[in-house]
Write a protein that binds this ligand. Structure first.
Ligand code: SF4
Length: 342
């Protein structure tokens, strides 16, 4: 039996995920045809299925789309060559990359242009790592652990960049060992681990003294969800990643638990889990309040404005009811509302 659920804040959607979900929702409102999305828009099974049921097809390669298709590129970032291939084949490609991932792409390009070799800490095969490494494939070296750093053979200057969603507990040892191995290692002033990743991890560390175990809501392929689990386990506390209420049947938990969610998991799932757990008490555990906001991709904003003004001219603005609620007041329109509007 669960006594207390410590409901941790911040949890769930970050500003990048909010933006990407709203961007894809807008695409569905503007265009009647199927929208092809490169990679899962965000790594959450429930959200992916929601979009699949609303005429979005997720693809892994430009060859998977028909000529003239309308395309969206996911929040995880796309390599320049893949983006060009989509541009060549599509009638329109909108890039919903998170600006914090773009920052890493810019760093990779800047170091490459200076002739500095880039060590990239990330997970092999993860969408974000694939996109970042594609910025400069010949000049970037993927490392996943300290052993990989030891095997590196780099002449000249080196720089260290990272996937935004790593666990602090996996990033720090790799950073230390890289600093030891490469004198004058270049690094961005601030680590590439994003604010949402570090806030969620600090919050869960903060709550640990109060609880017997931790539930992390999120999908198997969500890197920041797995990072939360790793972070808790590194403190010898039991952590379970769960997709939804079905997964509760597979585990045995009691006492006091902390409940959090990866950056791509909707709060709808979190509250379903609380209902199922039926705790004696719910404690709101606020570590930090987040108010980051990322605007929709510029090309999308321009398209929506154009269509909205066109409809106004023809007195058809009632056909586009989200006009005032969405694009002109986007900051106050949540990804949850966008998903509910589909
Ligand atoms: S987890 Fe961080 S980098 Fe990834 S989408 Fe969210 S804010 Fe952007």
């Amino acid at each position: 039996m669960v006594d207390k659920v410590f409901l941790v804040t911040p949890r769930g959607f970050c500003a990048g995920v909010e933006m990407a979900i709203k961007a894809l929702s807008w695409m569905l409102k503007i265009y009647d045809e199927t929208i092809y999305c490169y990679h899962e828009i965000v790594h959450n099974k429930w959200i992916v299925e929601k979009f699949q049921n609303n005429n979005v097809v997720f693809v892994e390669d430009p060859s998977d789309i028909p000529y003239g298709a309308v395309v969206m590129l996911s929040a995880h970032g796309t390599s320049p060559s893949i983006e060009s291939a989509f541009n060549e084949k599509s009638s329109l490609t909108i890039n919903s990359v998170c600006p914090l991932v773009t920052k890493v792409h810019h760093e990779a390009k800047r170091y490459t242009d200076k002739g500095t070799q880039v060590i990239y800490v990330g997970h092999k095969g993860h969408d974000e790592a694939i996109g970042a490494l594609g910025v400069s494939p010949k000049n970037m070296h993927l490392v996943e652990n300290i052993d990989d750093v030891e095997k590196l053979n780099i002449d000249g200057d080196a720089a260290l960049l990272a996937q935004t969603t790593l666990a602090i507990s996996e990033w720090e040892p790799i950073m230390m060992s890289s600093k030891n191995k490469f004198e004058n290692l270049n690094m961005p002033r601030k680590s590439d681990l994003c604010y949402a990743t570090t806030n969620r991890q600090s919050a869960i560390l903060d709550v640990l003294p109060n609880v017997d175990s931790v539930l992390v809501v999120g999908s198997e392929n969500s890197s920041n969800t797995n990072a939360l689990v790793k972070m808790v386990e590194s403190k010898d506390v039991k952590a379970y990643r769960i997709e939804d209420t079905e997964d509760l049947k597979k585990i045995k938990i009691d006492g006091n638990i902390a409940l959090t969610a990866g950056a791509s998991a909707p709060d709808y799932l979190v509250f379903n889990i609380i209902k199922e757990l039926k705790p004696i008490q719910i404690v709101n555990f606020e570590h930090k309040n987040e108010d980051e906001y990322f605007p929709l991709p510029k090309e999308l904003r321009n398209n929506v404005k154009l269509i909205a003004s066109f409809l106004e001219v023809f007195n058809q603005s009632e056909n586009f009811p989200e006009k005032n609620n969405g694009i002109s007041n986007d900051k106050n329109w949540s990804a949850t509302e966008a998903l509910n509007s589909l």
